[in-house]
Design a protein around this ligand. Sequence first.
Ligand SMILES: Cc1cc2nc3c(=O)[nH]c(=O)nc-3n(C[C@H](O)[C@H](O)[C@H](O)COP(=O)(O)OP(=O)(O)OC[C@H]3O[C@@H](n4cnc5c(N)ncnc54)[C@H](O)[C@@H]3O)c2cc1C
Length: 267
Amino acid sequence: MDLPNVETYLTPHNLENITNWGEGWVWLAGGTWLFSEPQPHLKVLVDIQDLGWSEIIVEDDYLIIGATCPLIKLLEYPWLSEWTAAEGFKSAIAALAASFKVINMATVGGNICLALSVGTLAPMMVALEAIYEIWNLNGESRRVAAKNFQLGHCQTILKTGEILRRVLIPISNLKWQVNYQRFSVTASEPALAIVVGVRNQQQISCVIGASVVAPCLVEVANDEFLETGLINVLEGVSFIEDARASAIYRREVTAVLMREMLQELKI
Ligand SMILES: Cc1cc2nc3c(=O)[nH]c(=O)nc-3n(C[C@H](O)[C@H](O)[C@H](O)COP(=O)(O)OP(=O)(O)OC[C@H]3O[C@@H](n4cnc5c(N)ncnc54)[C@H](O)[C@@H]3O)c2cc1C
């Protein structure tokens, strides 16, 4: 789709070349979202594909995923067999399988920063206790926990001109058992509910997505009342109520997905 009011298209090789960020400026990654709607408020597109940020590397104790890494690369990456959490990423991306083009073009950073309530990667990142590295145009960087990044539907903590540079996942967490559950009325429709369950030695964590505006981490003691504990927590969660489904329906579907997740993780 044409973006009618865009006057300038920049392709920096280095962020230092961007000095005068202003109103109507936007980072352009894969463009799969930006070019899907008219975006009349946009004047300047800053294409980040030439920054060379598409890496997937192991550094220190982290798996590091560059912001412009296309989603397809997560499917093709030679995950080590002991990194059991990789299955969760594959399921999360397969959930977008209705659009082959999106998976090839869309980036990890674009998916996270767009911050749709139905976002497929964010619940996985929260479940694995990922850390987001954010840069600004003064050459400074900060790190935030994935669980603190998304504030609502299409709302994040990013300030004007800030950019997600990369995602760091502790290698030890990749060895956790992960189960990704998603429900939508038809396969090509956005999810009504997502549940990501994680089991490590100490605890069970569960992240709810799609039925709430931003990923919601639920942690309960791993004891004989685990299932009841998790389901009870849902009473206090604020679920989305809209034309697609009521809040009560979303809560019930989330509870069903939670039970399936617990079964899959053999808890
Ligand atoms: C019809 C349709 C249905 C969709 N349904 C789903 C769905 O059900 N689940 C789901 O997860 N996704 C869904 N998507 C979203 C799809 O996954 C996104 O289009 C994609 O993830 C965005 O990635 P991109 O790289 O193309 O980002 P772009 O389209 O280039 O950018 C998206 C937004 O993110 C910002 N951005 C991108 N990279 C960065 C960065 N590194 N730092 C800061 N800001 C950045 C951009 O400025 C822009 O605001 C859907 C998209 C479409 C068009």
